[in-house]
Write a protein that binds this ligand. Structure first.
Ligand code: GCV
Length: 836
């Protein structure tokens, strides 16, 4: 152990691949005071190796050993209340083994009490699961070097603390950015469940109590006898960690898999088919959490196909599950294709339109699972008004840890500040204080059931999500599911200390970058409530504002030559604002009282509309995109200041992504600004938009073996034209004389790197090679790769500190590979401090 400290103090930090996430138990020095607080032994009050209490004991033993090199022995069932020991178990087990003790507070389901007095530590849960949570809490303190004497009880805000995986049976993950599934391959459950066990450990440590293992766009073949057995194996792995397994169902399974000629939820043969399959499921998974159902949404089958209500659909499953204590999470994400030419149509209205009239018709074990906003995990949305419209129905909030519309883990975006805008929204139901978090946890309407679910989509990548820094979102999700009032920065800092150690500079730097990241992303993606202006028809990743409109998906911006924004007022628009309780409705109805970060969500205004700042909407767009991208430029430099304080493997992995993000934020910035400049014709008062004094367009260079290519959408290419090699086997070169003043520059090259080939590029200055790179981003980053030249594949590489003389010749040689024709957009010679 000593040698490890020695290495650490020299900056030779051992390489880490991220597999242990925040549970790395990195070695810490142990002073005399720390030695005096380390327990000599561990008493587990349940000796069964598969019980959460036993797992808790083993975890404490492992943690003590890895962090402080101590060798505490585990003993079973004998109570040593007076000696140096950690005792872990349920309150009931404790009373049985150690006699009654009146200092233990009352606990709610899964709550725990942590009591540390010197070397005597008691971790008691109301359930075994609670005891395991307490053990992880104690270890989190130890791993942060915290030996304070504590004595407190903590209880969950709600019973539902689930994660949803969108894993397909073939092993791919819908909107997954961390590699293939840890659960499925080739239509079956994988044999080796090692990664599942590691996932269980991470989830238990953040107090998640159920995981839905398959995609809500569900495949009925999950219900074949062989796969039911496989689900049993998965559940056996999760059970010792206090986590139950749930599954997503395909509503048409009785027909598609069962061979019936209907899936009408009121048909007796359908009812008995589901009751039979549910029974078989419980034979394999006796403690199954329940079902998650996406019905009549985005092409998924549902009860409406038989003119039955969504409640009748949900209750079909509720009745099948009821004898076993299972619950149905029924998604409120139901909407139809719409017609944009009708000013009154609005997808945001759908959830309330479909569900409000069903309030009170759902069985008691149904929970309506509601996405945080009315559209779909956008960079900013108001809280879904459905939270204020279901008085007699249990609800859960659906968050998305996987960053589908928020940079797909190739951009750093710490999400809790965004989530908190929703959780802390006061809906003023009946004119009274009514926070969204009090509604879905069941407090407000006094519902027994309620809670949260988050789409997580971890994969087999050792980083789990595709990026080390994204794990802060998973960690914080668990914390918020337990206590939605937790502070975004506090949770982040616990995660940083656990993930990267206790160095103050590391803490401050990652805190700063993370807290800046969502505002920066909003800055360069979509402002004033217009949504993430990504390509909604393709990968949901890079910029493509035009894709929002002129289709039936209803994520409209209604941008034209004069104005932008959805008029969602009652008086003149879609009426959406009227779905909120009166006080909030009035706030959003009036343009003067609508919070400006949601202005274009609720109102259609001219580009020249003035904001409170005095700026016009269009100028605000321009400025926000410049500010957001400028912040992203600081991320690599901020991170670089930590060199030597973080192991090289994680340091380089993160740095590569932050460099990439810095480049891609410029693509976002320029695409959105160019698009709206082109549409509105209103120039940027600061004269930055479409004015790039440091650029040389590839199409203006002398081309040999390269030809010009008109990029679509036009705004994702500088000057709307790029160059590609003349054929898939022609090596191309683009040459230009440099007319900038002699000096030292950063040379940025913007190119396109798409799926289906790994082109190679080389840069020469006066025939001397000064840099090269390969188009392998599809293997390096986590976002969904594109097969086109577009805003997803547009990318920048930067060579720093290049010494240039006026008149030097720059040449870029591109060698195509596969279908990828070594595309180039432009180069920029950037003097110190210039971002172009
Ligand atoms: C699982 C969005 C996503 C889909 C997802 C859907 C949902 O539309 O893009 O991938 O499908 O939401 O939440 O059901």
């Amino acid at each position: 152990m000593r040698s490890l400290f020695f290495l650490a103090s020299l900056g030779l930090v051992a390489a880490e691949n991220g597999l242990d996430g925040w549970l790395r138990y990195a070695p810490l020095p142990c002073s005399h005071q720390c030695q005096s607080k380390l327990p000599a032994s561990i008493v587990v009050l349940n000796a069964t190796e598969t019980s959460p209490v036993y797992v808790a004991g083993a975890e404490i033993q492992n943690g003590l050993n890895r962090i402080y090199g101590s060798h505490a022995k585990i003993s079973q069932n004998q109570c040593k209340t007076s000696s140096s020991a950690v005792v872990v178990g349920t309150v009931e087990q404790y009373r049985k083994a150690c006699g009654s003790s009146n200092d233990i507070p009352e606990l709610e389901e899964d709550g725990f009490w942590l009591n540390t007095e010197g070397q005597k530590i008691r971790i008691l849960g109301s359930t075994e699961r609670g005891a395991l949570y307490g053990a992880f809490e104690y270890l989190s303190m130890l791993a942060q070097g915290n030996f304070s004497a504590v004595s407190y009880a903590t209880n969950p805000s709600a019973p539902i603390r689930w994660v949803n995986q969108w894993d397909n049976m073939d092993g791919r993950i819908e909107r997954g950015y961390g590699g293939p599934s840890i659960f499925f391959r080739n239509g079956a459950i994988v044999d080796d469940l090692t990664r599942v066990k590691q996932y269980a450990r991470l989830l238990a440590s953040i107090r998640i109590n159920a995981v839905v293992v398959n995609n809500v766009n569900a495949n009925a073949t999950l219900l074949t006898p062989e796969n039911l057995k496989g689900l049993g194996r998965i559940a056996d792995v999760f059970r010792p960690y206090g986590i139950k397994v749930g599954i997503s169902l395909n509503f048409a399974s009785p027909k598609d898999l069962g061979g019936l000629n209907t899936f009408d939820p009121l048909d007796p043969s359908v009812v008995s088919w589901w009751s039979n399959i549910t029974q078989q499921l419980y034979q394999n998974v006796p403690d199954m959490a329940g079902y998650l159902v996406k019905a009549n949404s985005e092409g998924q089958p549902g009860p409406q196909e038989y003119n039955r209500t969504l409640a009748e659909g949900a209750n079909l499953f509720a009745k099948a599950l009821q004898p076993y204590g299972g619950i149905v999470m029924f998604r409120a994400f139901v909407y139809n294709q719409l017609n944009e030419s009708n000013w009154k149509e609005d997808r945001a209205n759908a959830a309330v339109d479909f569900f409000k009239e069903l309030d009170g018709e759902f069985d008691e074990n149904v929970v309506v699972q509601i996405k945080y906003g009315p559209i779909d995990f956008q960079v900013r949305e108001p809280a879904s008004p459905l939270f204020a419209n279901l008085f007699n129905t249990s609800t859960a909030i659906e968050l998305q840890v996987t960053q589908e519309y928020l940079g797909q883990q190739s951009h750093l975006v710490y999400l809790p500040p965004l989530w908190k805008t929703i959780l802390d929204s006061d809906l003023r139901i009946d004119g009274k204080h009514s926070l969204v978090r009090d509604v879905y946890t069941g407090k407000h309407f006094k519902r027994k059931l309620g809670g949260s679910a988050a789409v997580v989509n971890v994969g087999t990548n050792t980083t789990w999500l595709g990026s080390h820094l994204s794990m802060s979102n998973l960690y914080a999700y668990g914390r918020l599911a337990w206590n939605p009032a937790d502070d975004a920065q506090d949770m982040l800092q616990d995660w940083i200390r656990l993930t990267f150690g206790l160095d103050r500079q590391v803490l401050n730097t990652i805190t700063k970058m993370s807290m800046q990241s969502w505002p920066a992303y909003e800055g360069y993606s979509g402002n004033l409530g217009i949504q993430t202006l990504t390509d909604i028809l393709y990968t949901h990743y890079g910029p493509n504002p035009a894709s929002q409109d002129n289709n039936g998906w209803g994520q409209w911006t209604r941008a034209d030559h004069t104005g932008i924004g959805m008029d969602r007022t009652v008086k003149n628009g879609t009426g959406f604002s009227g779905q909120y309780p009166a006080e909030v409705a009035a706030l959003y109805e009036n343009i003067d009282t609508t919070p400006e970060d949601l202005l274009l969500w609720f109102h259609h205004v001219d580009y020249t509309h003035r904001l409170h700042s005095g700026k016009t909407v269009i100028q605000h767009f321009y400025d926000a995109h410049y500010t957001g991208a400028a912040t992203a430029q600081t991320f690599p430099t901020q991170w670089q200041s930590l060199k030597g304080k973080i192991d090289d493997e994680r340091f380089n992995h993160v740095l590569r992504r932050l460099d990439y993000q810095a480049g891609h934020s410029i693509i976002w910035r320029d695409a959105i600004n160019t698009f709206y400049y082109n549409l509105s014709g209103i120039p940027d008062t600061a004269k930055r938009v479409d004015h790039h004094p440091w650029r040389i367009e590839a199409e203006s260079m002398k081309l040999d073996g390269y030809k010009t290519y008109t990029v679509s959408p036009f705004e994702v290419s500088s000057g709307s034209v790029a160059i590609v090699t003349a054929s898939n086997s022609t090596v191309g070169s683009a040459t230009t004389r440099i007319n900038f003043a002699s000096g030292t520059y950063d040379l940025a090259v913007n190119y396109y790197d798409f799926y289906g080939g790994q082109s190679q590029w080389q840069v020469y200055l006066n025939d001397k090679k000064i840099g090269e790179w390969v188009g392998n981003s599809e293997d390096v980053y986590s976002h969904t790769p594109s097969i086109y030249l577009d805003g997803h594949s547009a990318i920048r590489v930067t060579f720093r500190g290049v010494k240039v003389k006026k008149g030097d010749m720059l040449k870029i040689v591109g060698k195509p590979d596969g279908v990828e024709p070594a595309p180039l957009d432009y180069v920029s010679f950037l003097p110190d401090g210039v971002v172009d």
